[in-house]
Ligand binder design. Structure first.
Ligand code: SF4
Length: 419
């Protein structure tokens, strides 16, 4: 069977997006104000770093990876990466890192384009990392530590973890406690356990709601696409630990539940359901979402968007529960764990096929390199496709080739379903 030619598509707007844009703008303006007036201390933090601990000391928190994604989605990244390459940061390492350093060197930021009056990222008072996702974040923050002459503190996490033991939790929990005095010195105040617990509690509420948002995609038709998720996840990344993120996800969830009650899908006439593994190709989200929608295909679940689901967080046990939450993430785990996780996702979301994005500069989020697609294809008799590309460096991505491969892939799924 041949699939029909892609047709023009219209996107169904999620109304809560307006609120999301408002609160993201407030976040950047608050950081800018603090940076200019020195009214609050600013910590830069990795996306799955110890944000709740920082909030317990009154820091405002800025996430360079979020800035990296903005550089990608505005397509500024590809031209900025060579500036970091010229300093010796290889084109093969994280293109969030290279794009972000390029942005700093050139003094060009998507923040100033989106929010007039803000020059760019706020100046950090301290840089706080967790290597649970990769080593690149440590090197990235070390660069800025030297540039701004501010402390770089962090957590070294085990990688390739299978079962999580008490020794793992103790190691991370002790490291979290060990960085408190350094952070207190920068903050100029003590850690307030009530504020810390409150932040952990709000993070937990935020993460529970975000999980519910993502899991609503199990409905047929799905009211949400992966591409929607990459936009709606902003507050779960940068505002976890704050009430505003909790309120936003309540609103978003209510809207999506209404879609389910009304039988409204995120795309018209959903026929095929796909899972996206790996990083988004930030500069091509619009093109990809248009192509898939035109092929009646809903890409509705992903490993990436689920990276900010931390069910272990417990305000009554903040250190140990944070330690567990930030080590039990998918990206930290071994291949066996990842395979079981994907099997569960395939069943939960009634997946017809999987796309693996092999991101040139992020091996940590490219899960196709050790036989995973082949094993899942065999186990589920399900087509899989590997797309070569990158999160930010569009020189690594052939759009024409990806388009052709996606078309052939959907034809393959259609043929299999018609048998
Ligand atoms: S996980 Fe990948 S994209 Fe994220 S910071 Fe590390 S190398 Fe970059």
């Amino acid at each position: 069977m041949k699939t029909e030619q892609p047709k023009p598509v219209t996107f169904k707007k999620i109304n809560a997006t307006n609120k999301m844009k408002e609160i993201m703008e407030r976040h950047f303006r608050e950081l800018d104000e603090a940076s200019k007036t020195k009214s609050r201390k600013v910590a830069w933090c990795t996306s799955v770093g110890p944000a709740e601990l920082l909030r317990g000391m009154g820091f405002l928190v800025f996430y360079p990876e979020n800035h990296g994604a903005m550089l990608g989605s505005t397509r500024m990244a590809t031209d900025l990466i060579p500036l970091a390459n010229a300093l010796g940061y290889s084109p093969d390492i994280c293109s969030y890192l290279t794009a972000d350093i390029g942005s700093y060197l050139k003094g060009a930021s998507p923040i100033s384009k989106a929010y007039p009056g803000i020059a760019g990222p706020p100046r950090p008072d301290v840089l706080v990392y967790n290597t649970n996702q990769c080593r690149d974040v440590h090197d990235w923050f070390s660069y800025y530590g030297r540039e701004f002459n501010v402390p770089v503190v962090g957590i070294q996490t085990h990688r390739g973890v299978g079962d999580i033991s008490k020794a793992h939790i103790d190691s991370i929990s002790n490291q979290l406690k060990a960085i408190v005095p350094q952070l207190e010195e920068v903050a100029g105040r003590k850690l307030d356990m009530d504020e810390f617990k409150n932040a952990v509690g709000l993070s937990r509420q935020c993460t529970d709601l975000w999980k519910e948002v993502l899991e609503i995609a199990a409905n047929v038709p799905s009211p949400l696409t992966f591409f929607d998720g990459t936009i709606q996840m902003g507050p779960a990344v940068v505002l976890r630990g704050e009430q505003v993120a909790v309120d936003f996800y309540k609103e978003l969830l209510a809207e999506l539940k209404q879609r389910v009650r009304d039988g409204v899908g995120a795309i018209d006439d959903e026929q095929f359901r796909l899972y996206w593994d790996g990083m988004p190709i930030w500069g091509k989200l619009r093109e990809l979402s248009t192509q898939f929608a035109g092929l009646n295909t809903c890409v509705l679940a992903s490993t990436y968007c689920s990276s900010w689901v931390f069910p272990a967080l417990d305000p009554d046990d903040p250190f140990d529960s944070m330690a567990r939450a930030y080590i039990e993430l998918f990206i930290v785990r071994d291949e066996n764990y990842k395979e079981r996780y994907m099997e569960d996702q395939i069943n939960r979301y009634k997946i017809d096929g999987m796309i693996f994005h092999d991101a040139k500069t992020c091996p940590n989020n490219s899960n196709n390199r050790y036989g995973m697609p082949e094993r899942l294809t065999n186990k589920f008799n399900m087509p899989t496709l590997v797309i070569n590309g990158d999160l930010n460096d569009l020189r690594c991505y052939s759009e024409e080739q990806a388009r052709t491969n996606i078309e052939a892939f959907i034809e393959q799924i259609a043929e299999k379903k018609s048998r």
